[in-house]
Ligand binder design. Structure first.
Ligand code: AMP
Ligand code: GLY
Length: 425
C-alpha cells in the first residue's frame, strides 16, 4: 500500500514513540493520534476521541478520518474489543481481538494457555476464597509473589519475603473482588521481547530490559516502568531465537488451535533463569517504556510491518532492520507516583530533543503541564549503551518538572558489564 493514513489510539510515551517512527516512514502520508498528548500534537492530527475503549467511537473516527490502518497502543481498548469492532467494520487493525487480548487480560487464562503449550513459567495457584489463602501461601516459599488477576498495568504485583505482607496484599485484592494468583519466584535478569504476530507467523523485535521498581537499585514499589534500554549486550546470540521457538511460537500456535488467533504485538515478559527463559507475563500490546528504545533503533518501515501483520502476510515481509547502536530511556514521573499524583505543574524543556510525552497537556497559554503519573520519557541513543545512557541523561538535564523524579541508574549495570546470564543448570 502506498500513501498510508495511520490512526494511533492512546496517549502515552509509547504512542508518541510509535508516531515518531511512523512520521519518518515515507509510506505514511497522514497521521492522527487519539486522544494524543501535548507532544504528539507536533506529529499528528488530533481529531478527538472521548472514549478509546468504545469500539463504536473508534470505528466512527477511523471512518471519518479515513484511516487505512489503526494501531491500538494500550491494552484496555483491546481487552474491551476495539480490535473486533474495527475488523467487523473492515478496517485494518494492528492489535488483537478481545479473545487474543485475554493473554494479558486474565493471568489465569495465560497460565492455562502456557500449560497447554508446554511453555516454561512460574508454578501458580489461583485463590478466590479468603478461607483458602493461608493453606495456599504455605505451599510456596519465600519470596512470595502475589498478583491481582485483573488488569493492573504491572502495578498489582507484590514480591516480598515477608509472609504477613504477602497475606495482607492478597486479602486486599480479594476484598476488591479480584482473584489472587500466587506464584513461585523466578530468579535471573528480566527481559522483554516484543513479537509482531499475524495469527501464525512470529517476527521478533530487539530484546529490551525494563526497570519496574520506583527507585535506584530496584528499591521501592513496582510501577508501570521507570526506564529501559535495548538491545541487551549481555544476552547470548541465540536468546531471541530460543524464546521465539520455546515460548512465543508455541503460544501463538495454541491460540490459533483454540480458534482465537493472535494478531498484533505479543509481548513476552521473561525471567532468564538458570533453567532457561521462563515467562513472567504476556502483554497484548507494545510495552511502555521499552517501545521508546526498541523503536528508536528501527530502520525499516514500521507501517509495512504492521500492515503485514494486520493482513496475515508477515511471512512475506522482510525482517526488520536495526541500527547498530543502543538506546536508553529514562521516565520522569510526577510527585506522588505510583500513588496519587500531583498534576498541573509547568514543565520546562518539554519540547527538547528525545523528549517523548506521556501525561502532558498544553494549557491555553501554551505552557506544557503535567497531567498524569508518568509524565515524560527521555530517550538517548549512541554507538553503545554507555553513549546512549550519557545522551539520555544529558537530554534529561535540560528538562524540569517541579516535584518530578526519575531513576539515575537506568542501564548503568549493563553498560558496566555487570549484568550476566545465569549459568545453565
Ligand atoms: P507482572 O505484573 O506479572 O508483569 O509483574 C510485575 C513484576 O513483578 C515483574 O516485572 C517482575 O519484576 C515481578 N514478578 C512477577 N512475577 C514474578 C515471579 N514469578 N517471580 C519473580 N518476579 C516476578
Ligand atoms: N513495561 C511494562 C509494560 O509495558 O507492561
Amino acid at each position: 500500500m502506498s500513501g498510508v493514513r495511520v490512526l494511533v489510539i492512546g496517549s502515552g510515551a509509547r504512542e508518541h514513540a510509535l508516531l515518531l517512527v511512523l512520521a519518518g516512514d515515507p509510506q505514511v502520508t497522514a497521521l492522527a493520534a487519539a486522544p494524543g498528548n501535548a507532544g504528539t500534537a507536533a506529529l499528528a492530527e488530533h481529531p478527538g476521541l472521548a472514549d478509546p475503549s468504545s469500539g463504536e467511537q473508534v470505528v466512527a473516527l477511523a471512518r471519518s478520518w479515513r484511516a487505512d490502518l489503526v494501531v491500538v497502543g494500550p491494552e484496555a481498548p483491546l481487552v474491551a474489543g476495539v480490535g473486533d469492532a474495527l475488523r467487523d467494520a473492515g478496517i485494518l487493525c494492528f492489535g488483537p481481538t478481545a479473545a487474543g487480548a485475554r493473554i494479558e487480560g486474565s493471568k489465569a487464562f495465560a497460565k492455562d494457555v502456557m500449560a497447554a503449550a508446554d511453555v516454561p513459567t512460574a508454578r501458580s495457584e489461583a485463590v478466590d476464597n479468603p478461607g483458602d489463602l493461608d493453606a495456599a501461601l504455605s505451599r510456596f516459599d519465600a519470596p512470595w509473589v502475589v498478583k491481582d488477576d485483573g488488569l493492573a498495568a504491572g502495578k498489582g504485583v507484590l514480591v516480598t519475603s515477608d509472609v504477613e505482607a504477602a497475606r495482607r496484599h492478597a486479602a486486599a485484592v480479594l476484598e476488591n473482588g479480584h482473584p489472587v494468583l500466587l506464584e513461585s519466584f523466578l530468579d535471573g535478569p528480566e527481559a522483554s521481547l516484543f513479537c509482531v504476530v499475524d495469527g501464525t507467523s512470529v517476527v521478533p523485535l530487539l530484546p529490551a530490559q525494563d526497570f519496574k521498581r520506583l527507585g535506584d537499585d530496584d528499591a521501592g514499589p513496582n510501577t508501570g516502568g521507570m526506564g529501559a534500554y535495548a538491545p541487551l549486550p549481555w544476552a547470548p546470540a541465540g536468546l531471541v531465537d530460543e524464546v521465539v521457538d520455546t515460548i512465543v511460537t508455541p503460544v501463538v500456535t495454541e491460540l490459533a488451535a483454540r480458534g482465537t488467533p493472535f494478531s498484533g504485538l505479543l509481548y513476552a515478559g521473561l525471567a532468564l533463569t538458570s533453567s532457561g527463559p521462563q515467562v513472567i507475563e504476556f502483554n497484548c500490546r507494545f510495552g511502555d517504556p521499552e517501545t521508546q528504545v526498541v523503536l528508536a533503533l528501527l530502520r525499516s518501515s514500521p507501517s509495512s510491518l504492521f500492515l503485514a501483520a494486520a493482513t496475515g502476510r508477515l511471512a512475506e515481509e522482510p525482517a526488520p532492520a536495526w541500527s547498530d547502536g543502543a538506546a536508553v530511556t529514562v521516565v520522569v514521573a510526577a510527585e506522588g507516583y505510583p500513588g496519587a499524583v500531583r498534576t498541573g505543574d509547568v514543565i520546562q524543556g518539554a519540547d527538547g530533543p528525545g523528549v517523548l510525552h506521556a501525561g502532558t497537556r498544553r494549557r491555553d497559554d501554551g505552557a506544557v503541564v503535567s497531567s498524569g503519573g508518568r509524565v515524560l520519557s527521555v530517550v538517548g541513543t549512541g554507538t553503545d549503551l554507555d553513549a546512549a545512557r550519557a545522551d539520555a541523561y544529558q537530554r534529561l538535564a535540560a528538562v524540569h518538572l517541579p516535584g518530578g523524579h526519575h531513576r539515575t541508574d537506568i542501564a548503568r549495570d549493563a553498560a558496566a558489564g555487570l549484568v550476566a546470564m545465569p549459568v545453565r543448570a
